[in-house]
Design a protein around this ligand. Sequence first.
Ligand code: PMP
Length: 389
Amino acid sequence: MDKELELLAGASLERSLRVSSPVFGSPGYTVRGDQMLLNLSSNDYLGLAQHPAIIDIMHRTLQSEGAGSGASRLVTGNRQPYAPLEAALAAWQNCEASLVVANGYMANIGAISALVSRGDVVFSDQLNHASIVDGIVLSRADHARYRHNDMEHLRSLLNKHRDKRRKLIVTDAVFSMDGDQAPLRELALLKREYGAMLMVDEAHSGGVYGKRGEGLCHELGIQDDVDIHMGTFSKSFGIYGAYICGSRTLIRWLVNKARPLIYSTALPSSIVAGISKALALVQADHWRREKLDAGSRLFRDSLRSAGFITGDGGSPIVPLIVGDNELALRFSSALEEVGIASVAIRPPTVPAGTARIRFSLSAAHSEKELTEAAAHIRIIGHQLGVVSS
Ligand code: PMP
């Protein structure tokens, strides 16, 4: 192990854990060491992680329900706050039923491995999140990976696997490292044409798109073509946990077959109650989405006009592609020196040669903060030779 770790370090690919602390009253910032940094690396898209009403209900539920749930939901962990939350989630997603699970990683591995098995096939975008890939591996179904957002490639794979028993197409709605969107309308058509199920991971689009933050499927009006809606509460909701929404039969199936639900302890009630409050805020506070969208446009446009490569996306995830691993680390350190927390994303999280700084923005950031940050990024980009003057 030591030798392999040395190799990783030598290739600027070693990762390590660092402490980041919140700054109460300033949700767009984080503290590392003794430095307060503008946090351009959090997924708290709507700035809800410090919302007093969420914290208050979590406190009160902690007092009334205790710290832990004590058991899996199928044993005695299915506490009172679950049912109203699941009813509200189903109504929000306009689905028959919903299921709350521990986190997005577990939701993906649990749902996929419950829905398909040997003899089935999963069609999965090459850039889908690791939890989707792990779910497919765990399911033992065939893994038909299609080139990123390439519908012709997907069609050829669908033809090749025509005779498989169950077919599942799965995609991120917004891709986590590139911030671009899946072609959901085309996917909905292909799913119908080939009699496949469609699963969409709205981890980075839930709360961000849709009139009430339902996600990209609702924004595009294809929600009824989606058989399995998945999303997390760890990003726009500012807390922790995840959901699956769909038909009553789907949820009944998952309660009986999804191993992370069956064999792992239920989320504590305080978290479940906090999510309910966050769901109400996500639906009501449309201004947060508007502010986030305006800030994302401003920030992305200013990086693009400075000559940076920021990909095709239009979401609050803004990648700044630098290519080289070590250069990405130097860029991120230089940003930290001027008061900006950013993260250098390197292989295997992204393909070799596409190391990047991944910025993720929040409604907690002001126009002024984003403009100043973009100016710093431009200067450092010139100094490091990422863009020419
Ligand atoms: N899906 C996607 C697309 C993600 O980006 C993430 C989190 N990085 C997850 C699932 C996992 O969600 P969670 O953090 O709630 O486990």
